[in-house]
Design a protein around this ligand. Structure first.
Ligand code: HEC
Length: 131
């Protein structure tokens, strides 16, 4: 009995986490003046913690819609051929394009509440998986 009581809060926590993951709001955002076509883009809901998100977190919320699928001509994560030339231009240029946009690549991948640093770590994450 005592064992059960001790472990119950941990179980409740993990169930809560799971529910939070499932009910996370996913917004459809298309910035005015940008040609977003019919690409489904999910905006990152503010994490609310004030802590910078990891590159993987930012990627999974803001970038995977295009970079996970190749939508709109986005170089797919893990596609080394598609990334080789981009990586060759250097990180500064990749960051600059991710932050300010490049053709079909919207500024900050539409993650308007992402800091530049969060965009950079998301770029690092994609590059790491694509070389
Ligand atoms: C609406 C779709 C879309 C979303 C969302 C998106 N991208 Fe992109 N991204 C693109 C497209 C399309 C390109 C190719 C642009 C080109 O070269 O013409 C691209 C290119 C890039 C490049 C390569 C730039 C270069 O210099 O070659 C980087 C880096 C990048 N995206 C990072 C990100 C990051 C980080 C996120 C998430 C925060 C993100 N993208 C979200 C569509 C998207």
């Amino acid at each position: 009995m005592a064992m059960l009581l001790v472990s119950a809060p941990a179980v409740a926590d993990s169930i809560e986490d799971e529910i939070e993951q499932r009910i996370k709001p996913v917004g459809q955002v298309c910035v005015q003046g940008e040609d977003c076509g019919d690409v489904a883009t999910s905006a990152v809901a503010s994490a609310g913690s004030g802590e910078p998100r990891s590159g993987e977190d930012v990627y999974n919320t803001a970038c995977t819609a295009c970079h996970g699928t190749g939508a709109g001509g986005a170089p797919k994560i893990g596609d080394t051929a598609a990334w080789a030339e981009r990586i060759a231009q250097g990180n500064d240029s990749l960051y600059e394009h991710a932050i300010n946009g490049l053709n079909g690549m919207p500024a900050k991948g539409l993650c308007m509440d992402c800091s530049e640093e969060e965009i950079q770590v998301a770029v690092d994450f994609m590059v790491e998986k694509s070389q």
